[in-house]
Design a protein around this ligand. Structure first.
Ligand code: GCU
Length: 375
């Protein structure tokens, strides 16, 4: 954990971990999605009350869907989204909130999302199938925590916890740690919601948000399971293999993602002191599903598999079921380990989240926790 804090993601300030959180209801339990669900929306607020009309980085808007037919609390999957809450499903009831827009010719700025963005990422979220299977689904927009661009630290929730007059430390937290903090805070809120089964809150994330979900699960014991999609280098893949994305690319293209000390590993990928296998090990013994895509060479799918398999030895050490250490890389579209706490698949196709990924994630949670409708 300390190796990751000092070299990769940085250390989340104690003030951020202990920050009081106010929960403000935006919308109480409301029937949605043609009777399939109830929708709730809340703001999680940190620091001073935001000025009316401002896009406040310290206001995280959480959208929660619960299956309408549930008789009691249900297991829930939470993930940060990349397009705004309105993008995950076409539902006019999702309250419009500003999203940060980055265009080449101007600085990132907040804008009201266009109507065409409603449901624009519904294929990646599969909201209706998740609900039909008896699970709840919750999300928040990642740039509510920090706009995803260089030099946006002042608009990040990180700025709220700065100690004035102190220079940034080499292990100062970066944007991925800030997003992971958002995961942690959203999960801590969800666990208090009476519709949510507090001991069964899984997190998911794709790619850069997979990195954030991985770090969140590693650092948050209350997160009950991790469904990590193609989080690649700087996430679940093995950097030391030197295949796909390098430390140099990550450090130079996304200097805001990691802590300042990360840059000292540029050109030394083989020496990186904390790699994807250790990251996934920190999730043990909780259920963990790592997923790759065949054409996602940038993330190095085999590196993702090897991390999972290596982490499985820590699961075994802790006495939970796990993939055997000599398990070969699985064939395309054939999930493995789903009857253990360490599951993996490599799906055909490109870097994305698809119905296939969700189907196998939920099959896995069904085997780990029981089918929600039958419990
Ligand atoms: C870039 C980046 C990856 C990241 C990806 C994404 O490709 O190099 O590290 O995972 O964006 O977030 O889609």
């Amino acid at each position: 954990m300390k190796l990751f804090e000092d070299n990769i993601y940085g250390r989340t300030p104690v003030a951020a971990e202990q920050a009081p959180m106010r929960v403000e209801s935006v919308e109480g339990r409301t029937p949605a999605l043609d009777g399939l669900a109830y929708r709730e929306q809340v703001d999680l607020i940190f620091g001073p009350t935001p000025k009316p009309g401002s896009h406040a980085a310290w206001r995280i808007r959480v959208l929660l869907y619960l299956p309408a037919r549930a008789n009691g609390p249900v297991p829930v999957v939470f993930g940060l989204n990349g397009g705004g809450n309105q993008s995950i499903v076409d539902d006019p009831g999702i309250a419009p909130t500003n999203i940060w827009v980055t265009e080449d010719d101007q600085a990132p700025h907040p804008e009201t999302p266009g109507a065409d963005t409603r449901g624009s990422q519904s294929a990646q979220w599969q909201v209706k199938s998740v609900l039909s299977r008896g699970y709840g689904l919750a999300t928040a927009y990642y740039q509510d925590l920090e706009p995803d661009a260089k030099d946006q630290r002042a608009n990040s929730v990180r700025a709220l916890f700065d100690t004035p007059g102190t220079a940034p430390a080499a292990n100062e937290w970066g944007a991925i740690a800030a997003w992971a903090w958002g995961y942690r805070k959203a999960v801590s809120y969800l666990r208090t919601n009476p519709g949510v089964e507090a001991t069964h809150v899984a997190v998911t994330g794709h790619s850069r948000l997979g990195k954030a979900a991985d770090w969140a699960a590693a650092t948050t014991p209350e997160i009950s399971a991790l469904l990590s999609t193609e989080s690649g280098k700087g996430g679940q893949s093995v950097q030391r293999r030197e295949l796909g994305e390098t430390v140099k690319h990550l450090a130079q293209q996304f200097p805001h993602w990691m802590c300042p000390a990360y840059a000292t590993w540029v050109g030394r990928d083989q020496q990186i002191p904390a790699d994807g296998n250790l990251l996934l090990s920190l999730v043990a013994p909780r259920p963990l599903y790592a997923a790759s895509a065949q054409d996602d060479r940038w993330a190095d799918p085999k590196g993702e598999f090897l991390s999972l398999r290596s982490a499985a030895s820590v699961y075994a050490l802790l006495g939970t079921s796990a993939l055997a250490p000599d398990t070969p890389m699985s064939a395309v579209d054939q999930p493995i380990g789903v009857d253990t706490n360490t599951a993996y698949h490599i799906r055909s196709g490109k870097h994305d989240v698809t119905a296939y990924d969700w189907q196998h994630y939920l099959d896995f949670l069904d085997t780990r926790w029981g089918v929600p409708a039958k419990r």
